[in-house]
Design a protein around this ligand. Structure first.
Ligand SMILES: CC1=C(CCC(=O)O)c2cc3nc(cc4[nH]c(cc5[nH]c(cc1n2)c(C)c5CCC(=O)O)c(CCC(=O)O)c4C)C(CCC(=O)O)=C3C
Ligand SMILES: [Fe+2]
Length: 351
């Protein structure tokens, strides 16, 4: 029996908004061209990343991860008595947002919740997705696009922390027993250009997530670090540091023997996780005799699915408490005008 829920605000559907990834060799270059259109990223970097995808037959894990997420979320919503059809659209690859929102309009959806599949506030994870949705709405043929309300970012939701904590504890348990006590934890997230990082709460939120997980895991303060991975852009532009590979070198040089890499900046396995961590970082650790255990991404951890249901429920029924733990309150439901701006560059930046 599904429990009854008090649906005060009326929504007709839920849309999951994701990045998209190639699913075969022929997809790789057109996908990368979609990602990089209008961006300041050299062609050499693009070809290097194309090679990462080619090492995996041109298949990114991300679309399959989204299918698993849909398969887990739909029955969980049903179980919670929430009767919303779920749609899924991507920024950069099929199923494209434009097609999915067209379909929603054709199905008569008037008002929908949108889950941008990202835990943190950044241009890539927040504003750019909102722009993608608005552009797709402008292209709806009938002109009758649905209205969308974005779900809040959830970096400090207790169930996001507990899902990550569980992943971390499993990774620590996978180390040889004598390596667990003094293991160092390297939490990783996608790097950003400094100009972008400075105008949003990305770093502050990541630090808080890492702190909360560490606190619940009973780690000492000197046992964990937040570091970055997957730097893109032009070599001369400053990006968030340190990079995970430099950090591993620092750990090695200071005599550490074991490290857990916990990619808390990624909600599921992406190419950045399977290449930059499971190939590059793993190679480094093997060559330098460092024990490495890579924590799983949250993926479809039951606490994560329960959190998503809760985030939806709190928007349907304003009497449901909006949960958050730690130093900061639950994040805003409605993004203010200055939320997560694109990187600002001087008009004459031709250097
Ligand atoms: C913060 C952030 C997130 C996390 C957001 C969040 O979830 O909170 C994210 C997610 C993702 N990024 C992805 C892929 C790529 N990102 C690129 C390039 C870039 N990412 C950036 C930032 C981010 N990206 C930036 C500032 C650039 C430079 C160009 C630009 O300013 O936009 C490039 C170009 C090649 C290169 O890496 O240079 C690719 C291929 C995939 C799919 C992976 C797969 O296929 O599995 C996913 C989920
Ligand atoms: Fe935002």
């Amino acid at each position: 029996m599904a429990s009854q829920i008090n649906q005060v605000n009326n929504y007709d559907a839920l849309l999951l908004v994701s990045f998209g990834g190639p699913e075969g060799m022929d997809d790789v270059i057109p996908f990368l061209e979609n990602v990089l259109r209008g961006r300041n990223v050299p062609r050499e970097r693009m070809m290097e990343v194309a090679h990462h995808y080619e090492m995996f037959g041109g298949v990114s894990p991300i679309n399959q991860q989204m299918r698993y997420l849909l398969d887990a979320l739909k029955p969980a919503l049903k179980e919670a008595g929430i009767d919303l059809p779920v749609y899924w659209g991507n920024r950069n690859w099929t199923p494209y947002l434009t097609d999915e929102i067209q379909q929603m309009a054709a199905d008569g959806v008037e008002s929908a919740l949108a889950l941008m599949v990202s835990a943190y506030s950044s241009y890539s994870g927040c504003r750019q997705y909102r722009e993608n949705v608005y552009k797709a709405c402008d292209q709806v043929e009938s002109g009758a696009a649905p209205h969308f309300d974005k779900l809040r970012v959830f970096y400090n939701h207790p169930l996001f922390i507990s899902a990550n904590l569980d992943r971390l504890q499993s990774a620590i348990a996978a180390l040889p027993e004598d390596q667990r006590e003094n293991v160092r934890i390297a939490y990783t997230a996608h790097s950003l250009p400094m100009s972008m990082a400075q105008s949003c709460d990305y770093v502050k939120q990541l630090e808080e997530t890492a702190r909360l997980i560490s606190e619940q895991a009973g780690l000492r303060d000197d046992q964990w670090d937040l570091v970055y991975q997957s730097r893109s852009g032009r070599p001369q532009d400053p990006w968030l540091e340190p990079d995970i590979l430099d950090h591993l070198e620092t750990l090695k040089k200071s005599g550490h023997e074991a490290v857990v890499i916990a990619p808390i900046g990624f909600l599921s396995d992406h190419m950045e996780v399977v290449f930059d961590l499971d190939v590059e970082a793993r190679d480094y650790c093997q060559e330098h005799n460092l024990h490495l255990s890579r924590a799983k991404t949250v993926g479809i951890h039951p606490d994560f699915i329960a959190m998503l249901v809760e985030l939806i429920r709190e928007r349907l029924d304003p009497s449901v408490p909006k949960r958050a733990i730690g130093k900061y309150p639950p994040n805003h439901d409605v993004c203010p005008a200055n939320c997560c701006p694109a990187a600002m560059r001087p008009a004459s930046a031709v250097k």
